[in-house]
Design a protein around this ligand. Structure first.
Ligand code: ATP
Length: 446
């Protein structure tokens, strides 16, 4: 299987820019494979996170192109070297004076600069967590300490936590900020125990201004880690330093979390992130495509948002797949391309939409009878809805012009073509009209 990964890498090299390949794909090493999963080693949690977010679907596709079978891809972070990661070189020099050590690299903030408040789309589902994060970033360790953000997978917890860090860093470039996943906290603690460096480990965390701990639920059941974290928490809290914690669950619902930690997590503010509504998903897609300087038409954004799960990471994966396809083929993104590229991913939703559903939705929207919509009556109040319905049928179903004509009271295909052209023209010229058509389509998808 190692060969498979090498071949997949070679294929990815052909489609990615040199820098992207060298930075993200080349460092991934094959570790092992089962009948349905390939495990790769990432050199750091950051690389793992980035690849998962940006290139996972491409990686999976590259593997399945070689094996003709689809595999899950899992990552393992490379074992930390005996010296803890943020300042390995410093720590090798045992004799170096402690102050010099601390100044140099102890608090190099491992924040993703792209995760900022500006790049975060605020909607009804995440408004509370967003506002709480901004409050903390503007006045750390004042009102909301700790800030505990919880929500389902891929809903933006990590993004918000980095945004807090980035914002604080912007105001105070010397701020000592430490972002750790609870897993990394545990691994580093184990290593420090093993190499008798616990004092260093403790000091590092206890001197920070802002401690960001992601996915605290992984500490569940790990008593020694919780004990250590408990002391870190107390030390920081007592010296009025801000702590931000994320989890996939409310503190009370994390099994195997010690009571004393749980109660501390409830001392500050607990803010939840709910699954996004369709408008927020569309807004996120539009923002991400703008950031990539890619033109994503509204109807395509709506199609992706309606077909995606609530996990924004998956939504981003779809966008990246589409962008990659458009760039590799040299074509503009449009709805037809999106349906083709997503056909294995968004199967259900596209199949569901039928001519009958569209007719019903349009008739309801314009408050006319279904029989009137299909009739030959030439009054404007019927002609426009009819043409809109025909246009949407052509766009969202696989029906041919004659088939659509048949379902609109036996109209011939030239009438159908004329209707589609008419609507296309009006869509290009009239934004209010575009809004009406989008609204009808949105109702069909939801
Ligand atoms: N509201 C949003 N606006 C812009 N991007 C978002 C938003 N919510 C999530 N994302 C993006 O979705 C991706 C996944 O988000 P993130 O990693 O923060 O989720 P998470 O809740 O921490 O997931 P996990 O539970 O797996 O740790 C990131 O690329 C992030 O930028």
């Amino acid at each position: 299987m190692e060969n498979v990964w090498q071949e997949a890498q070679a294929n990815l090299k052909k489609v990615l820019t040199g820098q992207t390949y060298t930075t993200w794909i080349d460092p991934l090493k094959f570790l092992e494979a089962t009948s349905d999963t390939i495990v790769l080693e990432a050199p750091s949690a950051f690389v793992q996170q980035w690849v998962t977010e940006k290139y996972l679907s491409m990686v999976k596709e590259a593997i399945s192109a070689v094996t003709a079978k689809s595999y899950q891809v899992e990552f393992r972070i490379a074992e930390p070297k005996p010296e803890p990661s943020p300042q390995p070189k410093e720590e090798e020099v045992e004799a170096a004076p402690p102050k010099a050590k601390e100044k140099k690299a102890e608090y190099v903030p491992n924040l993703n600069p792209k995760y900022t408040f500006e790049s975060f789309v605020c909607g009804a589902s995440n408004q509370f967590a967003y506002a709480a994060s901004q409050a903390v970033a503007n006045k750390p360790a004042t009102n909301y300490n700790p800030l505990f953000i919880y929500g389902g997978v891929g809903l933006g917890k990590t993004h918000l936590v980095h945004a807090i860090g980035n914002q604080i860093l912007k105001k105070n470039p010397k701020a000592k900020i430490c972002y750790y996943s609870s897993e990394k906290f545990m691994n580093e603690m184990i290593n420090s125990l093993r190499y008798k460096k616990m004092d260093e480990f403790r000091n590092k965390f206890r001197k920070v201004d802002l401690l960001l701990i992601d996915d605290i639920q992984f500490m569940a059941g790990k008593e020694a880690t919780q004990e250590e974290f408990f002391h870190t928490f107390n030390a920081l809290y007592d010296s009025h330093k801000q702590i931000v914690i994320t989890s996939d669950k409310f503190p009370k619902d994390i099994p195997g979390l010690e009571e004393r930690l749980r109660s501390r997590f409830e001392w500050g503010l607990i803010a939840d992130i709910q699954p996004p509504d369709i408008e927020t998903k569309v807004a996120i897609l539009k923002k991400k495509s703008d950031m990539h300087s890619v033109n994503l038409p509204d109807d395509v954004a709506l199609f992706l948002a309606a077909g995606a799960t609530n996990n924004i990471r998956e939504l981003e994966g779809m966008l990246i797949r589409l962008e990659a396809f458009a760039s590799l083929t040299g074509n503009e993104i449009n709805l037809g391309m999106a349906r083709e590229v997503m056909k294995d991913i968004i199967v259900e939703k596209t199949k569901e939409i039928t001519v009958e559903m569209i007719q019903k939705q349009v008739a309801e929207h314009f408050r006319i009878k279904l029989s009137e919509l299909k009739s030959d009556k030439r009054v404007k109040t019927l002609v426009v809805p009819r043409q809109i319905a025909i246009y949407i049928c052509r766009e969202l179903t696989k029906s041919s012009y004659p088939e659509i004509g048949e379902k609109f009271g036996g109209k011939d295909h030239s009438t159908i073509i004329h209707s589609v052209k008419k609507i296309e023209k009006q869509l290009a010229a009239d934004s209010e009209f575009r809004g009406t058509v989008e609204e009808i389509k949105k109702k069909l998808f939801t």
